[in-house]
Design a protein around this ligand. Sequence first.
Ligand SMILES: NC(=O)c1ccc[n+]([C@@H]2O[C@H](COP(=O)([O-])OP(=O)(O)OC[C@H]3O[C@@H](n4cnc5c(N)ncnc54)[C@H](O)[C@@H]3O)[C@@H](O)[C@H]2O)c1
Length: 290
Amino acid sequence: MTILQGKKAIVTGAAMGLGKAYAEALASEGVAVAICDVRDEVHEVAMMLTRRGATVRAWQGDVGDAAFVRRMVDEADAAFDGVDILVNNAGVWRGSRADDDLDKSIDDYHFRVDTNLKGPFLFGRAVIPIMIEGGGGDIVNIATDHMVTCGTPYFRCPKLPTCPWGDAPRPTGGGDGMDLYDASKWGLNGFLYGWAKSLAPHGIRVNALCMGATDSHMLRSFHRFDPPQEEVDSWMKAEDNAAALIVLLQEGPTGRNAQNHNFCVGRPVALEEPAEHLYIIAEQLRGPGR
Ligand SMILES: NC(=O)c1ccc[n+]([C@@H]2O[C@H](COP(=O)([O-])OP(=O)(O)OC[C@H]3O[C@@H](n4cnc5c(N)ncnc54)[C@H](O)[C@@H]3O)[C@@H](O)[C@H]2O)c1
């Protein structure tokens, strides 16, 4: 039995990919999981976990819809009597470029920002009062390695022989077809630092997982669902990422806080030594017991 046994979690975007792996890993630790997705397969995930003996509830809905978020969080709180862990995972990708037409871009903007940024914002606002009342918790936002490419802009990654990036560091960010995706994910830094500082006194930690290429529906869609095998072989596995999430959560309230955890291709999928904060001093992250 681990310290996660009996906790209650919300995982968004859990019908497949990383979200499904997070829900499975949490359920294996004895955590009751409330999962949601726009896809109705989220109910199949709930049935699969229930058959394994887990306590699970599923909702079909859009994380960018405030009425849905309110209803799901209220119902999950009522069903489980609290929320200890929030994993803001639901995310979408679609190419966008700086010279795109404005009319196309407005649709692109809502598609990405409503899911990738507004979703975590709404879930945060709905869940944080519940966590404060419960005496603490963990919020984990799922970002991207574009925010921490080769450690930039926070530190310079120690180079490993397995790193495929040649003369790192690469410039921070994704490619030139990623401006809106990157902006929506970078916006999560506002919540990471703002929430971590203001919620530390309540025993709530806020971290982000920033992974590179991890095998999923989203990544396979980049390759029109026919990726070259050597490419697939280089990708990380959602299960390994979920295992790292569990390690982070098992650290408990005195564990690392306000960190963008970098999992990039060519490095082990594991939490590294806590990076020294350049912009937040430890005193600002003091919480109960720290
Ligand atoms: N796979 C990667 O290489 C990779 C790399 C960096 C970051 N990420 C991030 O990881 C997270 C999970 O990605 P994935 O690769 O598992 O993608 P995926 O497409 O395989 O799964 C995403 C899930 O989120 C759901 N979803 C999308 N929009 C939603 C909405 N508005 N409301 C509710 N559910 C919604 C989808 O239906 C899907 O089930 C995303 O935030 C993504 O940006 C993934």
